[in-house]
Write a protein that binds this ligand. Structure first.
Ligand code: AMP
Ligand code: ZN
Length: 138
């Protein structure tokens, strides 16, 4: 399989590492939104975050949060974003699940293109919530 992040996890493709353990790896994004932007990946190949085992996904989130704290303490960030694109239509380019952790400052010049739609009715709102609820109930 020709996966760039598997190549990085196997040490065949270079990266600038900030964290590694037996389950995950974190390294600098080669084209950062803001300087310090990190990618957190599972070492095992999974295209979607949905198939990453719970222990690994939990570790990814925990380390991503610690990276965010490091941004605030060491890079003078005021805050940070987590971002994950799952699927090409969502903007996923590298088909190996990863969390982006991006240091943020008020003057960094980056803006999410976040629109604010409205539901047509309370019925529509409830129907959508119910479908999600039924699918994830464990
Ligand atoms: P996504 O659009 O969520 O799939 O993001 C893929 C990210 O991987 C982009 O932000 C790229 O800049 C980054 N990227 C691609 N190749 C490399 C690489 N060799 N080392 C570090 N980051 C990379
Ligand atoms: Zn991979």
């Amino acid at each position: 399989m020709d996966c760039i992040f598997c190549g990085i996890a196997e040490g065949k493709i270079p990266c600038v590492k900030v964290y590694e353990d037996e389950l995950i790896l974190a390294f600098l994004d080669i084209a950062p939104i803001c300087k310090g932007h990190v990618l957190v990946i599972p070492k095992e190949h999974h295209q979607s975050i949905a198939s990453v085992p719970e222990a690994t996904a939990g570790r990814m989130t925990r380390i991503a949060a610690r990276i965010g704290i490091a941004f605030k303490r060491e890079l003078d960030a005021d805050g940070f974003n987590f971002h994950l694109s799952d699927g090409a239509c969502a903007g996923q380019v590298v088909m190996h699940a990863h969390i982006h952790v991006v240091p943020r400052n008020p003057e960094d010049g980056f803006h999410w293109n976040w629109r604010q739609l409205k539901y047509a009715s309370e019925d529509e709102t409830k129907a959508i919530a119910e479908k999600i609820k039924q699918r994830i109930k464990g």
